[in-house]
Ligand binder design. Sequence first.
Ligand code: T4K
Length: 396
Amino acid sequence: MESVGDSSRRAFATPLYVGAPMVEPETRLRFHALMDEAFDRNYLTNDGPLVQRLEAELAELHQVKHCALICNATIAQIVLLKALDLRGEVILPAFTFIATAHACLWQNLTPVFCDISPQSLTIDVDQATRLITPRTSAIIGVHVYGNMCDVEGLETACRQYGLKLIFDAAHAFSCTVGDTPAGNFGDAEFMSFHATKFFGTFEGGAIFTNNSDLDRRVRYVRNFGFRGYDDVGFLGINGKMSEASAAMGLASLPAIPERIRRCEETYMLYRDRFSEIPGIRVVPIGERGRGNFQYLVTLVDTEEFGVARDELYDALTAQNIWVRRYFYPGCHRVDFYQPACPDAKWNLPVTDDVCSRVLCFPVNLPHPEADVDTIAGVVKNIHNRAGETVQSITRS
Ligand code: T4K
């Protein structure tokens, strides 16, 4: 693409990012105070008091028996797969961040990619059930964008075929099915507390479960397999969370209700403004319960909108609106997975359609109403000028 011209002509002088961390001034103050405590104690990692405090608070918040904090969600998934001692194939949606698939390969499991439902964009339970073979050991659902899976349908299928059920709840902090919070479904669920997430601890993650035996094994695997001093009973890894990350989590907790309120308000603003633009559909959030609205996801209909998703992407980025195509192109389209799954016959029409149309917009905005108005104005202008080249739109 040609140069986009000088920054004074952009809609925003500084970039607006999807996933811009949410760190309020009070959160910073609380973080510094907690770090002072940690330095005074001179205890900085290895299941420290801040980690233990955050585990207790998160278990209570999600009404789950156990929460084990981990250094990030990718390692959390690897730890969990190891603790469950899974073998053979696992069924998971191709529409997810690549980490969900990578973690399976790290455990020598064969990922079998499944399509998604066009409404919730979560795993299609009927197709997942059809993909079960004697080699299948588990199904992994992904609560994508905080939209919860059909947990009941998946629990029924897994019970019937004797499979483990895991949820990638990376996006599902404080989301619910009905009134039941994420963390309570299947055998276990893992979350991401990456800085870009709604609840961020720089890097971080957690495994939630109501199964005490599984929690015990998770804790061994997280800590090199140690069952006690000098007693290694498992092949483990270093998956521990540091006190600095736990301090960030504890400092952030009081801000959660206000973050949800702000994100939902921003979601409503986008939904309202985009409803006037043909060909831009905002994906509903929280249809099965409560969402956290940390992602604002749209599907672009090229015919109605007049401009293809990727041209819209280029035009918005040129205006400093750094939209993202989460999760284009889908795990099944990543070259890397072709040799890994030579027998797979990909037939994932909904995934392919969504991957070709999805566009996520920034949610953590400095001035929600004014910024959404400006963003919607830019999108509308691109629609109105659909006949012109992207280069000429980005330059004006
Ligand atoms: N499962 C699912 C469904 C996931 O979405 C993820 C991660 C995982 C599992 C694995 O969780 P972790 O192992 O990461 O805990 C970002 C995040 O790094 C990743 O955590 C997240 N999902 C994914 C959806 O987004 P990238 O490769 O897109 O990151 P990057 O560097 O392009 O940054 C994303 C945006 O955030 C950019 O627009 C810039 C902005 N940003 C980023 C950082 C780090 C900021 O404004 N400030 C920052 O400090 O993966």
